[in-house]
Ligand binder design. Structure first.
Ligand code: BGC
Length: 878
């Protein structure tokens, strides 16, 4: 019997992979099915590489011996710019049952983008005086061009901008990407997106047009009023269209022949929303034949082409639509008459309305908010983000959605709506278009809702970069938040491209600030309080712990190699700050940010000593670097950072363990000690676990942890024999707790345990979001411990099937698309028995670790085991 056809992937790109940066993209594949004894002994890759005109550059195949199937090296000649490869793979068994080659995979497509030297286009922007910032209209740019010949064989548009861009070819929108080119420090790296526009170009007359807006480049961004012109004062488009016809190749790039004019967007801001005045749209502007004589020439702007780079991750796209669950007549936040729309789910996105025909100049306004208070949209927590979209009609009916903004909201208020009928409106969910890879379900609907809330907070905050929140005047790449959440994220979605890309930005900002990892990246001026040279524990540790989490999930060693200097740089920097006593007890620390006792106006005031947190993180990151060094074969570094970790842990014990100081005897302190392996021996761990359980119990089964402790507390309990306490905390409905949020109607994870107070009013703190993922990091424990699906080796090449039933749950399950295919663990309690089913992907093995059963090693395939059920009912569970 032969194995099934492999499913092939290229790097971390979705298919087809266009405009990639890698000249030797790595390949991975998984097999859905194979005979029980199958072990890959060899693979064969066949590839056919062509130039845009179809000329064949390589057409060959290679056989490679071995079991490798994840991120294997490119077998062919390096891909030159614009080269397109169609790749297939097949495998064969290496054992006695070898039945010859299995079937070929479907072809995967990978096309290399342009290198700096391939650009002839210039960056072009509006050539007229844009006027004062307050009334500046988003520009349109265009040019007409001729394509000679009889037939268009292929056409690619390479596109980026200083600002945000959307292109139209012959009146048709190009692609469906949003907020292009996303957010990087543009003077360091500017991402270029490639589109197959073969179907949009024709021979004869054509026109290319672009919408352009301020975006992150020069729009107001940042808290405390924010800053304008962060990266420059002039917006511009860089577009190069390459068309291959039977008559040769035509290249149309930005140059002085383009024309520009103010467009119908009279206002376009990421925070504030957008105004579209349909009366100002020049009809047919992106079509051939349009008379642009009245338009202005463009300004040709300077651009360092060496910063152009291909994205590692997917673009932002609309990934779904939410229909309203209710639309009712109600006043808006300023008493304005209108309609209140509930989409039933907090999310990041923007509205799409179909406004009926109404007198020209009719203005429909949509405001957004996460929560209601007193039945009205509650906008205070948006701070200085107006989150208001407006469409001004030209008399005709119009279906309209803003282009260059995004809001975090569940509710919208529509005013100015013509007629008596309720508005026709949906919300378009927007975020980086990553593939879903992880699922969890249990017998407890509240727990499932909690997990669903984690998924929605991920979706809402993976909007090109990992943000803290999607709604207020912030939306920054806070490093501490993703540090806490990365393991959860890597389970739930394929975040590898996106976070890998963001880590490049982290390294760049770290270099810019002399080794400090800023508290958010990209770095922008941060109001009164924030300085880029602040070294902050738990935040800067994103440099070590995010690559570690990604590698654990993907086995991407090249990512570790790439981030290694950044990780080492961070640990060296902090070790220097700690000095010879190995205690990091200096500087401003965010510590256990937002622990539930912190008052609304002082989120820093936690129960746990911030310097304890800092030293614990130094030990943890030093150990993480030692582990990376081992993986990368850097044995000297492995030894050196291992010793550093041991010394820091010893200093931590001496200073903080059993010190008698109440700030060292908290849920977070014990959780850090246990999970970061800072204690000396099992007895000490067990004692810490007992103490932690006592603190949780004495707290009435409420959470006492902030950003530092929350990702760890459940693991700390379950790994020290306190599983019942872990479940009691997880399933507690006492406030503050995860399920108390659910009880108050949360549809996402909140920034604060009490973003909404138990009386249903909004926390008075000026910093109150209902959509922050950090406190949702407990989902990682749901996957690994409650359901019991946990990686042992990177990429799940070996993993544990180790469910730990408890808390009165009668079933739980988790599923994850590993690099080897889908792994699953599902258990249920049935007739006094624990029934565990699992799916082990081809190419992996699982270690079965079920209470009451002998350990066993499972090969690929489906398995079912039964064990006597242990205590199905817990008195602690409601
Ligand atoms: C952000 C957080 C962040 C914190 C650090 C907040 O304003 O929303 O999530 O980590 O600041 O100070």
């Amino acid at each position: 019997m032969t194995p099934s056809a492999p499913v092939l992937r290229v790097e971390h790109h979705p298919q087809p992979a266009l405009g990639v940066g890698e000249d030797r993209p790595r390949l991975s594949w998984h097999l859905e099915d194979a005979p029980a004894a199958y072990r890959q002994g060899a693979y064969e890759v066949a590839w056919r590489t062509t130039a845009p005109d179809g000329a064949v550059l390589e057409d060959t195949a290679a056989v490679v011996d071995g079991a490798a199937q994840v991120l294997v090296p490119w077998p062919g000649a390096p891909l030159g710019p614009r080269a397109r490869a169609e790749v297939r793979v097949r495998t064969r068994d290496g054992g006695a049952d070898d039945a010859g080659w299995g079937p070929w995979s479907e072809p995967a497509v990978v096309e290399r983008g342009l290198t700096a030297a391939d650009w002839t286009a210039e960056l072009v922007g509006p050539g007229y005086d844009e006027g004062p910032v307050e009334t500046r209209r988003a520009p349109l740019l265009r040019r007409g061009f001729d394509v000679p010949g009889r037939e268009v064989r292929s056409a690619r548009l390479h596109l980026t901008a200083h600002g945000l861009v959307e292109a139209e070819l012959n009146g048709q929108r190009v692609g469906r990407d949003e907020l292009v080119p996303g957010w990087t420090p543009y003077d360091d790296r500017l991402r270029v997106y490639a589109y197959d526009v073969t179907d949009l170009v024709r021979t004869g007359e054509n026109a290319l047009g672009t919408w352009l807006a301020d975006g992150w480049f020069r729009g107001r961004y940042g808290f405390e009023g924010g800053t304008r012109d962060l990266y420059g004062t002039h917006v511009g488009v860089l577009a190069q269209l390459e068309v291959v016809t039977d008559a040769g190749t035509v290249v149309v790039g930005g140059d002085a022949s383009w024309r520009s004019a103010p467009g119908p967007l009279t206002r376009a801001s990421l925070y504030d929303g957008e105004t579209y005045d349909a009366r100002l749209l020049p009809a047919g502007w992106s079509e051939p034949g349009f008379d642009d004589a009245g338009w202005s020439p463009v300004a040709v702007l300077p651009l360092d082409r060496s910063v152009l780079a291909a994205p590692d991750g997917p673009p932002v796209r609309c990934t779904g639509e939410l229909a309203p669950v209710s639309v009712t007549r109600a006043p808006g936040p300023d008493g304005e008459d209108g309609w209140l729309v509930d989409f039933g789910q907090n999310h990041s996105g923007r509205p799409r309305l179909t406004v009926p025909a109404a007198p020209a100049g009719t203005t429909v306004r949509v405001r957004h908010a996460e929560v209601l208070q007193g039945g009205t949209l509650y906008t205070r927590t948006l701070r200085e983000a107006a989150a208001t979209d407006e469409v001004v009609t030209d008399g005709a009916a119009i279906t309209w959605e803003p282009r260059f903004t995004v809001h975090g909201y569940r509710y919208a208020h529509v005013s100015g709506w013509p007629g008596e009928d309720a508005p026709e409106i949906v919300s378009r969910v927007l975020h980086s278009d990553m593939a879903r890879t992880g699922w969890f379900a249990s017998s407890d609907p509240d727990l499932d809702r909690l997990h669903e809330n984690v998924v929605w907070s991920l979706r809402s905050n993976f909007v090109d970069i990992p943000t803290d929140c999607p709604q207020r005047d912030e939306r920054l790449g806070w490093t501490g938040d993703i540090q806490a959440f990365a393991p959860t994220a890597a389970f739930l979605y394929d975040v590898h491209g996106m976070l890998g890309d963001w880590l490049r930005t982290l390294s760049a900002e770290q270099r810019r600030f002399g080794g400090t990892v800023p508290v958010y990246v990209p770095w922008i001026p941060g109001g009164r309080f924030w300085d880029p040279a602040q070294d902050v524990a738990g935040w800067g540790d994103a440099a070590t712990l995010v690559p570690e989490a990604l590698h654990r999930d993907s086995a991407d060693v090249a990512l570790l190699e790439r981030q290694y200097a950044s990780a080492v740089g961070w640990v060296d920097k902090v070790a220097g700050l700690a000095g010879p006593d190995r205690l990091w007890d200096t500087g401003m620390q965010l510590g256990d940010w937002l622990d539930p006792t912190a008052p609304p106006e002082d989120p820093l005031r936690a129960q746990t000593d911030p310097h304890l947190v800092a030293t614990a993180y130094l030990a943890r990151s030093a150990r993480s670097v030692a582990e990376m060094a081992r993986t990368l074969g850097r044995d000297d570094d492995a030894a050196r950072y291992g010793t550093l970790a041991d010394e820091v842990a010893a200093a931590y014990r001496k200073r903080y363990v059993d010190s008698g100081d109440p700030m060292h005897d908290t849920q977070t302190a014990h959780a850090l000690s246990i999970v970061f392996d800072l204690l000396d021996g099992d007895d000490a761990r067990l004692r810490a676990g007992e103490r932690l359980a006592a603190l949780v119990r004495d707290g009435g089964w409420t959470v006492g942890t902030g950003f530092a402790g929350t990702p760890l507390v459940a693991d700390a309990l379950s790994s020290t024999g306190q599983l019942d306490a872990a479940y009691a905390l997880l399933l507690s409905h006492a406030s503050p707790s995860w399920l108390a949020m659910v009880d108050l109607g949360a549809t996402t994870i909140w920034e604060r345990w009490d973003s909404m107070l138990t009386d249903g009013t909004v926390n008075p703190g000026e910093m109150t979001s209902f959509n922050h993922y950090a406190l949702g990091s407990v989902a990682d424990w749901l996957h690994r411990v409650v359901a019991g699906l946990a990686p042992l080796e990177p990429g799940y090449r070996t993993f544990r099937v180790a469910p730990r039933p408890g808390g009165g749950l009668i079933r739980a399950q988790a599923r994850h698309v590993t690099p080897y295919g889908t792994a699953e663990v599902a258990w249920r309690i049935e007739d006094g028995e624990l029934v565990v089913r699992c799916v082990v992907p081809v190419g992996t093995t699982a270690e079965l670790d079920v209470p009451g059963l002998e350990p066993a090693v499972l090969g690929h395939g489906r398995h079912e085991v039964r064990a006597p059920a242990a205590r199905p009912e817990s008195p602690l569970h409601r």
